[in-house]
Design a binder for this molecule. Structure first.
Ligand code: UGA
Length: 458
């Protein structure tokens, strides 16, 4: 079936577009990746993935070598190459507002549409406010030659950083918002490689074919649900802290109910990253515009609960170190704090809205001398928070520390030997911001241990 497969382009070779381009080439499609950023294109064309994603580098190199995958900065080349064009550009939070900035979507769509010389399908993948697909359709009508009959569809993605290759090749579902049978058939062909793979593995990939608005909403609804689940358990953590309960046990106990489920029910420093925080804000802003603001008012609470967890770590640190309260919060008076973790989660080098880095910066602002170590996130973290001290190893970060804070649950930290670390620090105090350490083992090694969501006095 390889010869009948449509040729695919991915516009925007950031995290989403680059991963998709590489994975679809791996599935056997002829693929072209486009970006306006010439440096990014040169890096990818040279076989280097400009971010950390397990397994993607080798896959990129293999498919470049096989000639199935190429990269360009030319709209004309992209327009001429593709039967289906996927829009994968970023939709960041608008400066000074909560809504999404669609300027990259606009420039990608208009740049492409103006260069099209044959019928093609333009498929939105970026996370966008509901209503964007119709707006993209109007942009296409305005900028593409009407005689070509260019169509638009929407197909959200659900990939998680660190598991992106797996999530693209073996998706939990495929969702497509289409207006015509032709668009549906094209998208079916575009996913043929994924369906074939599922058949060989005796799996099924559920497909939801729907309208534009539903397809757009599926994405933000899924992320809003995940964010709500995390904030729910973090709210229980707040209650446990004052009531003397233990949120880890509570989470296990409610998670055994299959209607609740144990995944995304881990209390800690809360969610971060380039998606959940901005998506719940953009969703609220859009609902407000549509007159359904009340329906999503709870997402404001979800956001506040999440933010409070970061403050809780600072408060715990002050308690453990006996810091005096200043006019705007505790003052850490040069206490040396080791922050373990900078990325928003393990298996990623992404520090966007990372709780770990935000807490490290807050501690530094409050007067602490903060030494940070992260297995993958150091270059990005150093760019984002250059005032912090970055250490190349876990041992260097904790040496001489008055307090150790584990804020991203990397395996290197979870499996670290508390007896060994205990010999390096100035004082054995640890905050387990992810409830990921073996508390009994750390206490046995003489550490004063504090987790999240348990009785303050241990
Ligand atoms: C998230 C969604 O999980 C993906 O399905 C979605 O496709 C993606 O956003 C997106 O919109 O593109 P991602 O941002 O990679 O994926 O990260 P998650 O694995 O969802 O983690 C988000 C944050 O929640 C992390 O900071 C993590 O540490 C935190 N988290 C997660 C918790 O605090 N507790 C949990 O139980 C689970």
């Amino acid at each position: 079936s390889g010869e009948q497969r449509p040729r695919l382009t991915f516009l925007g070779t950031g995290y989403l577009g680059a991963t998709y381009a590489v994975c679809f080439a791996e599935l056997g499609y002829e693929v072209l990746g486009f970006d306006v950023d010439a440096a990014k294109i040169a890096t990818l064309a040279g076989g280097v993935v400009p971010f950390f994603e397990p397994g993607l580098d080798e896959m990129l190199q293999r498919n470049l070598a096989a000639g199935r995958l190429r990269f360009t900065t030319s709209y004309q080349e992209t327009a001429d190459f593709g039967d289906i064009h996927f829009i994968c550009v970023g939709t960041p939070q608008r400066a000074g507002g909560m809504g999404a900035d669609l300027s990259h979507v606009e420039s990608a769509v208009t740049g492409l549409a103006a260069h099209l010389r044959r019928k093609a399908l333009i498929v939105g993948k970026s996370t966008v406010p509901v209503g964007t697909a119709e707006w993209v359709e109007r942009l296409v009508d305005k900028h593409a030659d009407a005689a070509l009959g260019v169509e638009v569809a929407w197909s959200p993605e659900f990939l998680q950083e660190g598991f992106a290759v797996q999530d693209v090749l073996r998706p939990s579902r495929v969702v497509v918002g289409v207006r015509s049978d032709w668009a549906g058939a094209m998208l079916y062909a575009a996913h043929g490689g994924i369906f074939d793979l599922a058949v060989t593995e005796d799996r099924e990939v559920p497909v939801v074919v729907t309208d534009f608005a539903t397809a757009e909403l599926v994405k933000v609804a899924a992320n809003a649900f995940l964010a709500t689940k995390i904030s729910f358990i973090n709210a229980m953590a707040e209650v446990c802290e004052v009531a003397g309960g233990d949120v880890t046990q509570l989470s296990r106990a409610i998670g055994y109910d299959p209607r609740i489920g144990s995944r995304f029910l881990h209390a800690g420093v809360g969610f971060g990253g380039g998606c959940l925080p901005k998506d719940i804000r953009a969703f609220q802003a859009r609902a407000q515009e549509l007159g359904a603001g009340e329906a999503l008012r709870f997402l404001h609470e979800v956001d506040l609960i999440n933010q409070r967890r970061r403050g809780r770590v600072v408060q715990l640190a002050a308690e453990l170190l006996g810091c005096p309260a200043g006019p705007v919060g505790p003052y850490f008076d040069d206490a040396r704090v080791a922050v373990l973790g900078a990325t928003f989660k393990p298996h990623s080098d992404d520090v966007r809205d990372a709780p770990a880095l935000a807490i490290a910066a807050a501690l530094a602002r409050a007067g602490a001398e903060v030494h940070v170590h992260d297995p993958q996130g150091m270059p990005n973290a150093a760019r984002a928070q250059p005032q912090l001290i970055f250490e190349d190893s876990l041992d260097d970060a904790v040496r001489g520390a008055d307090l150790v804070c584990v804020l991203t649950e990397w395996a290197e930290f979870r499996t670290a030997d508390p007896a060994h670390l205990g010999r390096l620090v100035a004082a054995r105090r640890v905050i387990d911001g992810r409830n990921c350490l073996d508390a009994a083992a750390w206490r046995a090694a003489g550490w004063q241990y504090r987790g999240m969501g348990s009785r303050a006095g241990e």
